[in-house]
Design a protein around this ligand. Structure first.
Ligand SMILES: Nc1ncnc2c1ncn2[C@@H]1O[C@H](COP(=O)(O)OP(=O)(O)OP(=O)(O)O)[C@@H](O)[C@H]1O
Ligand code: SF4
Ligand SMILES: [Mg+2]
Length: 308
């Protein structure tokens, strides 16, 4: 069952006399109890999508459904706050430096439940234990913890009220590789143990290869490819997804400045396979069952050109 769905979601920001189309018709869906990956390079609109789902930004157009509720409507807002939580990229910016860890967690527990202090303390200790930390840490301040410990606290905080969906917005990008792997393992274990639903956002395709089950690839505010993880990873079909796959091996000399074009396909300016028809439109192609791309030719192009 899809627990969260966006339909033709658009968020445009004014910029001088123009607009930035941070989201330009995004359709995604999250299956319950699965890790769905949203992958795309910096500036493609990932955080805007997360914040719009959370209600921080009002959509320019489109709808967001949590179960059957359109949560872009004001009257359905109470369904968002407890049920959809987020873990941001930089844990130090997510926690109030004046509060102990205990106080930061207490504030969140108490926001949704009027409970006795003793009961809150039990919930907080359990949450800390779930993310592999010791309760001694509760009376420290954020600056007294490592980046990895802080991100565990943010994960505990996001889960403490048993939300239906947690959005993880590049939760490891400020961490070193050892801490990153530990946090990925923790998230994978938590998801399996508690049957959680995650939207895991990253610019790193490799990072999500093992743990996600479904993925969406995003470029300049649009989804360009989506499908079950193994299909997209084993048979990437859109030129942008192919580029992401080889990006780790790219050298500085390979960097190609984007040319500016007014084209229907947002990838036109970087695409080695473009043709005039891509200026006016592009197709949705089902590459194989459940696996889709938005491109005129991608299934027919010679990808060895990408490495030339
Ligand atoms: N509040 C805002 N006001 C104006 N423009 C914004 C705002 N937030 C984001 N943008 C613009 O929208 C586009 C998408 O930004 P967003 O932060 O969603 O990208 P991102 O994919 O999360 O990038 P990163 O990987 O660097 O975090 C960018 O061009 C950004 O400058
Ligand atoms: S539609 Fe055309 S320009 Fe866009 S990715 Fe496909 S081939 Fe390239
Ligand atoms: Mg971001």
């Amino acid at each position: 069952m899809n627990i969260l769905t966006t339909q033709n979601l658009k968020v445009y920001f004014p910029k001088n006399s123009k607009v930035v189309k941070a989201l330009d018709g995004v359709d995604i869906f999250l299956e319950e109890n699965q890790i769905t990956a949203l992958i795309g390079e910096s500036g493609c609109g990932k955080t805007t999508l997360a914040k719009t789902i959370l209600g921080f930004y009002k959509p320019t157009a489109g709808k967001i459904f949590f179960k059957d509720f359109d949560i872009t409507l004001k009257e359905n807002e109470p369904n968002i706050r407890r049920n959809i939580q987020i873990v941001f990229q930089n844990p130090l910016l997510s926690l109030d430096p004046r509060y102990t860890i205990y106080d930061s967690l207490y504030e969140v527990v108490f926001a949704f439940r009027k409970i006795k202090k003793k009961q809150a303390a039990e919930i907080i200790e359990k949450a800390i234990y779930q993310v592999g930390l010791d309760k001694d840490i509760l009376f420290r301040y954020p600056h007294q913890l490592s980046g990895g410990q802080l991100q565990r606290i943010c994960i505990a905080r996001s889960l403490i009220n048993k939300p239906a969906v947690v959005i993880l917005d590049e939760p490891t990008s400020s961490l070193d590789i050892t801490s990153t792997l530990k946090i990925i393992k923790l998230l994978d274990d938590l998801q399996k143990t508690y049957n959680l639903t995650f939207l895991f956002i990253s610019h790193n395709l490799k990072l999500l290869k093992k743990i996600s089950t479904f993925c969406f690839i995003m470029y300049k505010g649009k989804i360009v490819e989506y499908g079950p993880k193994e299909l997209v990873y084993n048979n990437p079909a859109h030129p942008y997804t192919r580029l992401l796959m080889v990006a780790a091996e790219l050298k500085l000399k390979d960097f190609q400045e984007e040319e500016n074009f007014d084209a229907a396909c947002t990838f036109y300016g970087r695409c080695k396979f473009r043709s005039d028809i891509c200026k006016v439109g592009y197709k949705k192609i089902e590459v194989e069952p459940q696996h889709f791309i938005f491109c005129n030719f991608a299934t027919a192009v010679d990808y060895t050109l990408l490495n030339k």
